[in-house]
Design a protein around this ligand. Structure first.
Ligand code: M6R
Length: 365
């Protein structure tokens, strides 16, 4: 069942070339530079015309939603808000019939997400589910939706579901963008980049041994900071959550530039900082943030692109990931962080598949 791996979590991390492929299988139409999502058929025009998209989710699925916000606003030009389902359901959110609300949930059973769906439906919004478990409550209650087809995820820490959620959000973005302003050429470019993801993920997974060695150096730290900007900001949050939940080490994710508004006070030679610093629109800004941490003697581990020969001179460790377009980079940059959390937890002798106090699906509020 664990496919020869010691833990489901490692198996699920290693499966990502396939799970990512399965999430887009049969859904990309290269000639037309667009995606085809059977589960949204009949609703496309209503989604394209929506005044606003709201994304409601919890935990890792909420992090996927944050990446979705950046994608949809950049390419589809529709205003997006991302909400914690638990807050959304109890405050008095303004939900209008012209809104589309996307509910992201691996299990499709998360109590808060399901309750927020019922609320949005009552207010007349178009409700879309992005779920992994077929026939789950959220999938059944929503008006339409897209399955992520990641295959069963057993480890409590969500890994392959996250990358597949990002693939599906990219597919939705491509669909809407092409129905709005995106050119054929740009659509085809996104498709080519998506199709090359499984090979790129395989390459990252080859760094597993290197990451395991790096984990030795960090396993005894008591706090971590994860920093990223732009599309990599939600990746920082996700990397920190992975470490917290399975290694019980305190970790916080921040948008890198927020550091100087508080967290920088924590930095000294005992504070490891993980930077997600791939070459995107905000690369130079992230370099200045790295220099700020360096000046205060912080220990730095950086996730960088393969051709980056600058950052390694500044930091203690680098892990390399292939380059892709900014929108898709989180799918690659999160993988070393999943492996890092996994190895740190194993080295600390913890039960990575079933961390204390946590359940795979949170069906109570
Ligand atoms: O099944 P869901 O995607 O709705 O679950 C949401 C969260 O409970 C889940 O992502 C949780 O944060 C994971 N343990 C993270 O690894």
């Amino acid at each position: 069942t664990k496919g020869g791996y010691p833990h489901y979590m490692l198996k699920e991390i290693m499966e990502q070339p396939d799970s990512i492929f399965n999430s887009m299988r049969g859904r990309l139409l290269y000639e037309e530079g667009i995606s085809k999502l059977g589960g949204l058929q009949g609703y496309e025009d209503r989604i394209v015309r929506s005044q606003r998209i709201i994304i409601s989710a919890c935990g890792t699925s909420w992090h996927a939603g944050l990446v979705g916000e950046y994608m949809l606003e950049e390419y589809a030009g529709i205003p997006v808000e991302v909400e914690y389902a638990s807050e959304f359901r109890y405050r008095h959110p303004i939900i209008r019939p012209e809104d589309t609300v996307i509910f992201i949930s691996q299990s499709g059973e998360t109590a808060d997400t399901l309750a927020s769906l019922k609320e949005a439906k009552k207010k007349g919004a178009l409700c879309l589910g992005v779920c992994n478990v077929v026939g789950s409550s959220i999938a059944r209650e929503s008006n339409a939706g897209v399955y992520i087809h990641a295959g069963p995820e057993i480890g409590v820490a969500s890994t392959k579901a996250f990358t597949s959620q990002l693939v599906v959000l990219s597919l939705i973005t491509l669909l809407l963008a092409r129905k709005k302003n995106l050119s054929l050429i740009e659509g085809q470019n996104i498709i080519r980049e998506m199709q090359s993801l499984p090979e790129k993920v395989k390459k990252i997974l080859e760094s597993n041994d290197q990451i395991e060695k790096i984990a030795d150096e960090y396993m005894s730290c008591r706090n971590f900071l994860y920093l990223g900007r732009g599309y990599n900001f939600p990746v920082a949050l996700e990397g920190a959550l992975k470490l917290k939940e399975i290694s019980y080490i305190h970790a916080e994710g921040y948008p890198a530039a927020e550091m100087k508004h508080g967290p920088i006070a924590l930095i000294d030679e005992n504070m490891p900082v993980v930077f997600i610093a791939t070459k995107d629109a905000v690369y130079d800004k992230v370099i200045s943030n790295i220099e700020e941490v360096k000046a205060r003697k912080g220990r730095i581990l950086a996730i960088v692109n393969e051709d980056d020969d600058y950052i390694e001179k500044l930091v203690d460790h680098v892990i390399r990931v292939p380059k892709t377009i900014n929108m898709l980079q989180p799918i690659l940059s999160v993988i070393p962080l999943q492996l890092l959390a996994y190895h740190v937890a194993v080295k600390r002798g913890l039960n990575v598949d079933q961390p204390r106090n946590l359940a795979k699906s949170v069906t109570v509020e």
